[in-house]
Ligand binder design. Sequence first.
Ligand code: HEC
Ligand code: HEC
Ligand code: HEC
Ligand code: HEC
Ligand code: HEC
Length: 411
Amino acid sequence: MVIVRRPFLLPVLLCMSFASCSEPSPAVDSESPTSPRGGAPAYSSLESFVADYWIRPIPAQGPAPADWPEFEASLRPEACGTCHTQKLADWSTTIHADAYSAGLSGQLVNWEQSSPETVRSCLVCHAPLAEQSAWTGGADGTLYPNPTFDRDLRDRGITCAACHLRGRRRYGPLLRDGSTGPSPEDAPHDGVTRTEFFSDSRFCAGCHQFEFPAPEGNSIQNTYEEWRISRWADEGVSCQDCHMPDRRHLWRGIHDPEMVLSALRIEWIDGPGVGIRIRNSGAGHHFPTYVTPEVVVEITQLGAQRTALETRPTSWLIARKVENRNGVWVELSDTRIAVDEASAFEVEVLPGAEFARATISVRPDAVYSSVFAQFLVGSLPDTSRVLLSEAAGTAGNSPFVIFDETVPIQR
Ligand code: HEC
Ligand code: HEC
Ligand code: HEC
Ligand code: HEC
Ligand code: HEC
């Protein structure tokens, strides 16, 4: 069967990752750029890595050398993990390993036959290997069933192979002493090509900086740019330095309480009002960087018996709010905290107030929670409903409190 490529017909609401609305240039599957044996690696300089390494879908790996045992030839994370045990253990706990999530697949099952091009546009970030896609594209703009499609591999999300393999050849960072090191002939998987690209923030940008027609000139997901103009870039502190400390494959972010706390310096304000000041001292980009989380700050004033003086605390949102109006992104508000900046959350002291309580809560999936809920209100195929209910449950359970302190009010 041949399906003719057609333009996006998706209603705006379905562009829930915001990325779907502006899928970059049409993907044309090509041959592997290189092979593990014979000939030099295809990338001759850092610039060529930046330009070509993240062409997606990542071209099919091609056949492995005949003398490789199955566990060297396999693209499965567990196969890599037979030797790289710590990396597999770390990766398995991460959001990258769950990137083909219920929230994503619950939507994609509806589009598998009707709009394979849309499915591919999501997979380029969530499951980017050619072998993870049911369809493959020709230069003439048609899509064909993909002979190398591996459904189980697709379900594994962003795998070791997606970041480390091109044409079967292993790529990795320079040795810790900065050298390319030896790569013995008899090494497993015929050794490795080491490059500084792996320790460069541009390695992460392909999936974490979305090019968008965006409000006020800033992309809707602007993480790399936020980092690039910050002190961290000047000081040579990369995404990897914070998100992969000691090369651990952890990628903790807004879903992790300890990571979030490490971004912030929180202090009580010295009057005349009462409240807290929050400084972004440890995130390499705005806090938070994406448009999907919300951080809520609340101040409550208490009497001598520690009962609240008002029915409701005063509250603020730290978030960037955008909305898609007829295909155009509009920025509604942006109260995120830029690198090294601080925001004060302060109220006037009420008569009779003796104590003040401040809390900071994080809702990592605030926007997705409400989008999943909207899907579930509508009519859906059963498979989709099961997956999106699961996603709604997970998103609903992700909020946590990172700060809750009560102090006497100084007058
Ligand atoms: C049979 C065991 C084995 C398997 C299976 C294996 N590796 Fe390796 N890997 C090694 C060894 C040993 C080295 C060090 C090789 C060298 O120094 O040239 C290495 C090196 C690497 C490096 C470079 C690390 C460094 O020291 O600079 C990367 C990246 C890598 N492997 C990725 C992978 C991925 C991804 C897979 C799965 C698709 C995989 N490996 C499967 C044994 C294995
Ligand atoms: C340019 C890369 C990129 C593309 C393309 C992309 N996403 Fe995402 N997606 C991300 C990133 C990064 C996150 C995590 C940050 C966030 O919350 O936005 C994410 C998060 C999500 C989430 C929330 C987390 C989860 O898994 O439940 C859903 C759902 C989602 N994307 C669906 C989609 C769908 C559907 C498409 C295609 C229409 C798509 N994405 C295309 C990068 C991408
Ligand atoms: C999202 C991309 C990504 C994924 C997925 C990924 N890695 Fe890596 N890996 C990297 C980056 C980037 C580095 C270099 C980090 C640095 O320079 O600080 C790295 C480094 C390594 C190294 C060299 C580490 C060292 O200590 O010198 C090995 C080996 C490795 N990865 C194996 C794996 C294996 C095995 C998996 C799957 C279980 C995996 N990687 C998944 C991006 C990835
Ligand atoms: C192939 C695309 C891709 C690459 C390359 C990639 N990421 Fe991701 N990353 C994603 C997607 C997609 C998600 C969200 C998955 C989901 O929730 O479904 C994500 C999630 C994350 C998260 C978790 C955010 C949270 O909500 O807590 C962090 C942190 C992160 N990535 C950092 C990095 C860093 C650092 C690098 C570079 C070493 C990198 N990523 C490379 C696609 C990618
Ligand atoms: C100085 C350390 C540091 C650097 C550098 C850094 N981050 Fe972060 N990042 C954090 C901390 C801390 C958090 C948790 C707080 C937050 O969400 O902002 C975080 C959160 C995230 C998240 C979670 C989503 C969200 O809305 O906040 C993603 C995705 C992410 N970082 C990607 C990146 C990428 C990509 C780069 C490089 C361009 C990068 N980070 C550079 C420290 C850093």
